[in-house]
Design a binder for this molecule. Structure first.
Ligand code: PAF
Length: 282
């Protein structure tokens, strides 16, 4: 396992492997790796010949009052974990390496979806994500890239960007990895106190209850949303949003659900920690 810090050396390392016909898999992360990332790395190792895990805390996807400064940083431990799962390289560039001229003025955006759901509360977040992901795709020349479904809007936007801009890369969605309790794995779970961690189950329990209701025939979008909202509030969480969206377009569903597959998207605060989760209704 090699930790590579410069764009040039990553390119020089990967180019001959690509020439030999090796399939290169990229797992973009911001570090603080947990079992959710582990599942992405595992998927890449099983699908690809070479796996590169990028560890880059991307400043341009954080707002001014967000947790950029307190985001956990532990490159050595991340590299060990990635290696133990079979990754070949960790790409860990500095901010200077990625943005030598400061915040870039050339940005990749989805003008419509970037301001919905999480984007409504995190202005600039998704253009920061799409911009850095585009750079990582171009720098690595990867054939495949792996993203978790916990960040449902993110993976949707990345798939859409790949299609809209003809990136020659295959995007793999990997299912949410949950703790035994059901809480979705997230680097931000580390901020939770024991009490908040127990309360945070309100999101998952609400999503599960909504899915049970859906499977029993409930089709009212407002009733499905209310089930999730009530569960979060009962657990002392503060709801940021709960919405039901089309899996195909990510546009909001209203009224009664028809045949189109939907997904419930939710974000809530437990203490100062903002968590997101989702549940597909199939
Ligand atoms: O999901 C994340 O960790 C980040 O948004 C990503 C995709 C690595 C881009 O910085």
């Amino acid at each position: 396992m090699q930790i590579i810090k410069s764009i040039d050396s990553l390119r020089q390392t990967l180019a001959p492997l690509a020439k030999e016909g090796k399939r290169i898999g990229l797992v973009p992360t911001m570090g603080a790796l947990h079992e959710g990332h582990g599942a992405l790395i595992k998927a890449s190792v099983s699908e690809c010949d070479v796996t590169v895990v990028s560890v880059f805390l991307n400043p341009i996807q954080f707002g001014k009052n967000e947790d950029l400064d307190k985001y956990p940083k532990r490159l050595e431990a991340d590299a060990k974990l990635a290696e133990s799962i079979g990754a070949d390289f960790v790409f860990a560039p500095s901010v200077q390496e990625m943005y030598p001229d400061g915040d870039p003025m050339t940005l990749v955006r989805d003008e419509q979806l970037e301001s919905m759901y999480c984007g409504a509360y995190r202005p600039g977040h998704f253009r920061g994500v799409l911009t850095v992901v585009s750079k990582l795709f171009l720098i690595s020349g990867a054939n495949d890239a792996f993203f978790g479904e916990k960040d449902y809007q993110q993976v949707f936007l990345i798939e859409k960007m790949v299609k809209d801009l003809n990136f020659n890369i295959k995007i793999h969605r990997v299912k949410i990895v949950r703790e035994e309790s059901g809480l979705a794995r997230s680097s931000r779970n580390e901020y939770l106190t024991d009490e908040e961690r127990a309360q945070a189950l309100g999101i998952y329990n609400g999503l599960k209850a909504a899915k049970v209701a859906y499977e029993a025939g409930e089709r009212s979008v407002s009733k499905i949303r209310d089930t999730v909202v009530k569960s979060i509030v009962a657990a002392r969480g503060v709801v940021q949003y709960v919405e039901v969206a089309s899996q195909k377009t990510l546009q909001k569903c209203n009224g009664a659900l028809g045949d189109e597959k939907a997904v419930i998207l939710a974000a809530a605060f437990f203490g100062k920690t903002r968590l997101i989760d989702n549940m597909e209704l199939n």
